[in-house]
Design a protein around this ligand. Sequence first.
Ligand code: KIV
Ligand code: ZN
Length: 522
Amino acid sequence: MKTTTDKDRVVIFDTTLRDGEQSPGATMTHEEKLEIAELLDDMGVDIIEAGFPIASEGDFKAVSEIAERSKTAVICGLARANFGDIDRCWDAVKNSERPRIHTFIGTSPLHRAIPNLDKDQMAQKIHDTVTHARNLCGNIQWSPMDATRTEHDYLCRVVEIAIKAGATTINIPDTVGYTAPLESADLIKMLIEKVPGADEVVFATHCHNDLGMATANSLAAVEGGARQIECTINGLGERAGNTALEEVVMALKVRGDIMPFYTDINTSKIMNISRRVASVSGFPVQFNKAIVGKNAFAHESGIHQDGMLKNSETFEIMRPEDVGLSATNLVLGKHSGRAALRSKLQDLGYNLADNQLKDVFVRFKELADRKKEVYDEDLIALMQAGEDAANDHIVLNELRVICGTTGPQEAAMTLTIGGEESSTTATGDGPVDATFNAVKSLYEHNAHLQLYQVHAVTEGTDAQATVSVRMEEDGNIATGQSADTDTVVASAKAYINALNRLFIRRGRTGQNKREVNWKDVS
Ligand code: KIV
Ligand code: ZN
């Protein structure tokens, strides 16, 4: 096996809070963004792209606060190619110990046509904006958006201009997920060979997963000479998402024999942050998702189980502990005490203060009364479901549903809304529809249901169901989640959770709503 040197270190640039959060419906609250940034910093991410400061007051505030709080990571903000964006970005990141400005412009023929600039005008704009950014900050990343569909000679020309103007990292985005591994490697190799000054900067790769090749393309780019991978937790991102951090990091760790590169990520933190991102973004992780999917380490078929019992390496190429899954799934039940719960939650990455533990313990006991065995997944669902409850505007007090084999179903419901209790009965086409109609008649709103998803947390008829609901109101999108052994109750709570989030958003006018379209590069 080839030994690695500093030259073989791959820098991890996480853009969950920018490119990931940009995904429709994945909007996070301010507090959630701070929490995710802290987890990213703790797991050893080198650079955190914390947001797009000009996009809204909320983005600016989040980037500024993350910049002030970060411990070791470089904090980066995104800016289009104009002085206003760049100045706003600098204002947001400047209080970080290690600030970076990331400025970009679309360079492919299709993207050049949007601001109606010819090649020379665009080259001049790149020179001017990168120079301006470099006069503010010593750490500048520049991206030619849609680089993989840009003519090679023009790409070389603009990369050279950006380097001469002071860019320290050149990122090569595959904005529409169009490239393939060999091409991805060759493109970086070509740039490093042809562009004067290329050896003075770090080349980065930023891939999207439209053809399912983002991880392969990112790793190939590293083979071609890139030393920064841009990625998101769970591959969160627009359309088919971005390169998944956990996939590239684990691929480099497990296959160091053929890819002699390394990252400084503490991989045992992967599961915890994956769950938190799934929870706060409202984008559940697909069961068979590599590394972090529920089934990624499950060996159910008889042959596999037999092999695993004899020697776990028979079917496992990495240990569950390497990604932060506890080796044993110690089951809790109604006789388990507070200490056992605390220790289990700590294993799962939740460090609770005494008063928080008290509250969770009550909910754990309620669950254990209804469900004989409480698994890790149940506790995670419990933690995720209980998050916003304390200060909610709308609270579910009581729900009774009558289901017959014929005729409409009926839901009798009592809610507390803004401190006042009210009740109603509503019918619907099925118990969930009746329940949602009852909420609507008690709390009038214009939000449209965009997505309704149910998953069983564990096996068995007493399993909890987790429900995700996505709702849209005047351009604001909110996702609600809940879990319960009763699917209809979980549905009601998830629906109410989404309405509560929309309520908060309405209160902070403009804070979460994007005021500019980041793709508008004119
Ligand atoms: O995909 C893309 O091109 C981007 C740029 C802003 C880097 O996200
Ligand atoms: Zn992107």
